[in-house]
Write a protein that binds this ligand. Structure first.
Ligand SMILES: Nc1ncnc2c1ncn2[C@@H]1O[C@H](COP(=O)(O)OP(=O)(O)OP(=O)(O)O)[C@@H](O)[C@H]1O
Length: 718
């Protein structure tokens, strides 16, 4: 705290000539002084918002050591007035100009500061470097935007006037750079900054990947730019491009939102490169601000390198305290196998949609891979009530089903995010592109399927609900083994097992008599899954091979194969290329279907244009049965490649389709049945070919003892 005063940016000193009347300053006059401080008092009476920095300058003239000043000012600040808790006080105490406070109070209708705002704004206005940690959805964006804006106005007070434009806009006007890890978040911060600066002359520009670089550069050149918000890649690109003419020689603030993510291995090189393009801090002093809901210990160390060594680490969550909100209950549904995943999701969504508490169902479903997002979104879209056609009302009406991931075009991503933002009721299936920082209003449910990569990812995803003073709930759908692994990854979180999902525990590999609604959910989901194109299923299967590498290989393959067969309706699991089998160490794992055909479009989850016939009664059939994996020309003859147990040389057990059929039938009024074997003519019957009964009997899950960390390359990258 003391050092913050000492390190006010050089630019702030310039504000000594600010036009604000001293009435804004009366509240920051110091308490009765000690003999040393009394030498400073006369100087304070003429200062403005940046009193402390001016004090520093003048005190130097008065030959008083900086430490002494720090102590005086800090003691005064903390004891006499206490922390600022209302936005209006920022004006009353002369900390923030009236125009900005008016915008906050009248336009944005904000009155009371959140804890993190109260804690950090005061400190940040003084110019010190800050690393701030506060729970998700507690207003960190404004916590850094307000002081950044005020310091810009301090530098050039004319910018407080709306519409003020210098004679000529210059890219050199850039005073603050704000970086976020995702495009959507950068755009969101840009919008928030534009709202805040609306009544001032400060100009905000956004630079994110996936948009036209030239258009962005033109906007910066023609309109000017004081605050530049962007993603690491695009910022690096434009700052390093000699033709862009975008430089920031007067930069006074460098902000990393979601700092821990930006400082991890993925982004650190880009951040470092950007820093090298900025003026040396020895020549132009600048303030570094790092904000996040999660700050691992290593990040504190890195922060000390990227910021000044005496960076202030301000936390609203103390060590050992819960990082998630108490008002957001967190439930874990443990499912019997991966094949129960989609049915459990459908049951949960259907049930919560029907809740009569007046809160519209607005959910984000998080998955670990792009391919899983496509697959689950397609499955949800394909849902229909048994016996009804796709032209009937969708079972999840009125919720719109949206999906978003990094492989969409930027236009599609923005459209998806905006559609979800505006919707009253919607389901957005997403990778972690929306996990951090996104402020979608009124999200009622966060549903995470599969184990999140780590605890922090879980916390950020969950943080999309329960924002501000809102409530919400979190669900985590895990298999038994994932739940056990979850004990390590998700330690110290208030997760409670919830057994209310009926399909969660159904053994989908066996015949069973089931209550009607359970059978209905299964039928619906399996029908919908079968209609998903094969290439999406194959891509999801391959992605899971990477994501589940922490699990014993036998268990992993068995689980994935069961999902492919009993939920997706595939007669044979997708094939894996020899190269990938070798890379993942699966050559001796039972159940792996090796793809010997290098040219196959099913290899690696790409291609495979064949679509399951869809609708009731349709089924995949093996080659011998005609149809099915028609693109796979590698298999000659009429049989599926078997579930090899010895590296794929021996083919066994999988005969081509049509040998027998199973059904998940909805049954009659007395309840539904989940039957295997025997064709069914029932309109509500789900038929599934089961060419190899030995599939689930011959393979037992077992462990090869592998325990490798999940490979990032399989996980969606931002
Ligand atoms: N003082 C305040 N009073 C009421 N609402 C506020 C206040 N400050 C911010 N908000 C609102 O709270 C919501 C969450 O704010 P913000 O997105 O800044 O949270 P965050 O802490 O950055 O979250 P995350 O950790 O997820 O990035 C926004 O809708 C914002 O407008």
């Amino acid at each position: 705290m003391f050092n913050a005063v000492r390190r006010g940016p050089a630019s702030i000193v310039k504000s000594a000539s600010s036009p604000y009347p001293t009435r804004y300053l009366s509240f920051i006059l110091p308490p009765p002084l000690t003999s040393k401080a009394s030498r400073i008092l006369p100087l304070l009476s003429t200062c403005n918002f940046s009193t402390f920095h001016v004090t520093r300058q003048r005190a130097a003239e008065a030959a008083i050591t900086e430490d002494e000043i720090d102590h005086q000012v800090t003691a005064h600040d903390a004891t006499r007035h206490g922390p600022v808790t209302r936005f209006i006080e920022l004006q009353e105490r002369g900390m923030v100009c009236p125009t900005v406070v008016k915008t906050l109070v009248e336009d944005m209708r904000l009155e009371t500061m959140t804890h993190v705002q109260s804690l950090t704004i005061n400190e940040t206005l003084k110019g010190g470097d800050v690393l701030a940690q506060a729970r998700t959805g507690t207003g960190k964006t404004l916590a850094f935007l307000i002081p950044v804006l005020q310091n810009i106005i301090n530098y050039d007070p004319k910018l407080e006037q709306r519409g003020y434009r210098p004679k000529r806009a210059s890219p050199e006007d850039i005073r603050a750079i704000i970086i976020s890890p995702t495009r959507e978040l950068a755009e969101q911060i840009g919008v928030e900054a534009s709202k805040l600066t609306r009544n001032t002359g400060v100009i905000v520009q956004t630079a994110v990947g996936g948009t036209q670089k030239s258009a962005g550069l033109r906007a910066i050149k023609n309109q000017g730019c004081h605050i530049l918000v962007g993603t690491p890649g695009r910022l690096n690109d434009i700052l390093s491009d000699p033709y862009s003419e975008v430089r920031a020689p007067n930069l006074s603030a460098f902000v990393l939102d979601e700092a821990d993510r930006l400082l991890d291995q993925g982004f650190a090189p880009a951040i470092e490169a950007i820093q090298k393009l900025l003026p040396a801090r020895t020549e132009v002093d600048r303030q570094t601000l790092l904000f996040s809901a999660t700050v691992p210990r290593e990040v504190v160390q890195i922060a000390r390198r990227i910021a000044k060594a005496d960076v202030h680490y301000l936390r609203t969550v103390q060590e050992g305290e819960q990082q998630t909100h108490e008002r957001v209950p967190q439930k874990v549904a443990v499912i019997r196998g991966l094949e129960n995943q989609a049915p459990a999701l459908v049951e949960l969504c259907t049930r919560e949609m029907a809740r009569k508490d007046g809160v519209p169902f607005k959910a984000i479903i998080y998955l670990n891979a792009t391919a899983d997002v496509s697959l689950i979104a397609s499955t949800l879209r394909n849902l229909k009530n048994p016996g009804e056609s796709i032209y009937h009302k969708h079972p999840l009406h009125p919720a719109r089903i949206i999906h978003i991931h990094a492989r969409l075009t930027q236009r599609e991503r923005t459209f998806a995010a905006e559609t979800f933002r505006r919707a009253d009721s919607a389901i957005m299936v997403s990778t972690d592109v929306t996990a951090r920082g996104m402020d979608f209003p009124n999200v009622s449910h966060i549903i995470q399927i599969g184990l999140p990569q780590d605890r922090d990812t879980y916390i950020h995803r969950l943080g999309r609900t329960g924002r501000g003073d809102k409530t919400g709930e979190g669900w985590l759908i895990l298999t038994d083994l994932e739940a056990r692994e979850g004990h390590n990854r998700l330690h110290n979180l208030p997760l409670n097992e919830d057994k209310s999902l009926e399909v969660a525990s159904v053994d989908m590999t066996q015949d069973a008599q089931l209550p009607e609604d359970v059978a209905k959910t299964l039928t619906q989901t399996i029908d919908a899954s079968r209609m998903v194109p094969l290439d999406e299923k194959s891509a999801s299967y391959h992605a899971s091979l990477g994501i589940m590498r922490w699990a014993p290989a036998r268990y992993m393959i068995q689980s994935l194969n069961n999902r492919a067969k009993y939920c997706w309706g595939m007669e044979s699991p997708p094939k894996i290329s020899s190269g990938l089998i070798g890379k993942l160490g699966l050559s001796r794992v039972p159940g792996v279907v090796r793809n010997e055909d290098r040219g196959s479009r099913f290899d690696g989850g790409r291609g495979g244009l064949s679509r399951d016939g869809g609708g009731q009664g349709s089924s995949f059939r093996g080659r011998g049965g005609g149809g099915g994996f028609s693109r796979d020309s590698g298999q000659r003859g009429g049989s599926f490649q078997g579930f090899s147990r010895d590296g794929g040389n021996r083919e066994d057990s999988f005969r081509s389709g049509g040998a027998r059929r199973d059904s998940f039938s909805q049954g009659d009024d007395r309840g539904g049945s989940f039957r295997r074997g025997g064709p069914s003519s029932d309109r509500n019957t789900y038929e599934r070919s089961d060419p190899a009964r030995r599939y689930d009997r011959t393979e037992r899950s077992g462990g090869s003892g592998r325990n490798r960390p999940a490979s990032r390359s399989f996980v969606d990258s931002y």
